[in-house]
Design a protein around this ligand. Structure first.
Ligand code: G1P
Length: 297
């Protein structure tokens, strides 16, 4: 089997209840960091890694997500007529070619593993990537591209990995490391959301995966795991000890948990500060606010 990965699954069926009331009518993945929806960052990262087919696993109430990737002829005409070429380029950057993007419905919220399994017929017998758009990663070389390069050597199954504080381990999939080779680790165990004090390490799975199609077969069993949900972590863990094996990849970059309000705010500030057109004003404002708060204490 070739180690070239051209298909990616984007599980976006979650209700986003942590962001209510916004998510009452706006899918969480459409929420913006500065001026780009979370999902646009995910698509850009996938493209940089060589992905050609983009498979979204959606649910009821996510129509805005499909519309976002559609062409917008009226808007295009207006921008053209007004000579707004820069905005026109921004708009066209969001366009997807016909047939490049597919949407599958997950009819019941049965877990991340189940969401991925819903896309099985579109994956077939090829390795594939999974990107969780909530995990936004700022990096010089996009995270999935770093992984795709490393995967050329290893094949098998690879998850993005990052050290987290021990008291946060129970919010993640956690790796039990067999051999630590620096950026790459081989894995001898994986636990989804371990109970406090029971995590085998503090090396957590972050939402980027390159997986063998065997994982989809493993998900056929539909076994419920942590939280009563069908977990992707458990399906990957079944491949530990197989000839293909499981690897963790410590990526270079800064990860923001945009599934949480605090992470989303941090990402907003960081992405704002990274923009030439916003940096100076934002920096001055942040200084002002922080100094005023300190003075008041
Ligand atoms: C999911 C995965 C978990 C992983 C995490 C990273 O959990 O199940 O293994 O560590 O994403 O963000 P969730 O955050 O969807 O509960």
């Amino acid at each position: 089997m070739s180690n070239k990965v051209t298909k990616a699954i984007f599980p976006v069926a979650g209700l986003g209840t942590r962001f209510l009331p916004a998510t009452k009518s706006v899918p969480k993945e459409i929420m913006t960091l500065v001026d780009r929806p979370l999902v646009q960052y995910a698509i850009d990262e996938a493209r940089a890694a060589g992905i050609k087919e983009f498979i979204f696993v959606t649910s009821r109430g996510k129509n805005a997500l499909e519309d976002y990737f559609d062409h917008a002829p009226q808007l295009e005409q207006e921008l053209e007529a007004k000579g707004k070429d820069e905005l026109l380029a921004v708009l066209k950057d969001t366009y997807m070619d016909s047939g490049e993007i597919a949407y599958i419905r997950q009819h019941k919220a049965l877990g991340l593993g189940h969401a991925v399994w819903c896309a099985r017929r579109l994956i077939g017998d090829e390795p594939f990537a999974v990107i969780l758009p909530d995990d936004v990663i700022a990096a010089d070389t996009p995270c999935l591209q770093q992984m795709a390069e490393a995967y050329q050597e290893t094949g098998g199954n690879m998850v993005a990995a990052m050290e987290v504080p021990s008291d946060k381990a129970s919010s993640y999939g956690i790796l039990d490391v067999q051999e630590d080779m620096g950026s790459m680790v081989s894995v001898k165990g994986m636990v989804e959301k371990p109970k406090a004090g029971e995590a085998p390490s503090n090396l957590a799975v972050i939402g980027r995966y390159i997986l063998s199609p065997k994982i989809l077969d493993n998900l056929d069993a539909k076994t419920a795991g942590a939280g009563g949900e069908i977990q992707l972590t458990d399906a990957i863990a079944k491949e530990i000890g197989s000839p293909e094996g499981v690897y963790g990849y410590r990526f270079n970059g800064q990860r923001y948990d945009c599934g949480s309000k605090a992470g989303f705010l941090q990402a907003t500030v960081a992405f704002g500060l990274s923009r030439d057109d916003l940096r100076d004003d934002l920096e001055a404002y942040l200084h002002e606010v922080v100094s005023a708060r300190k003075a008041a204490q």
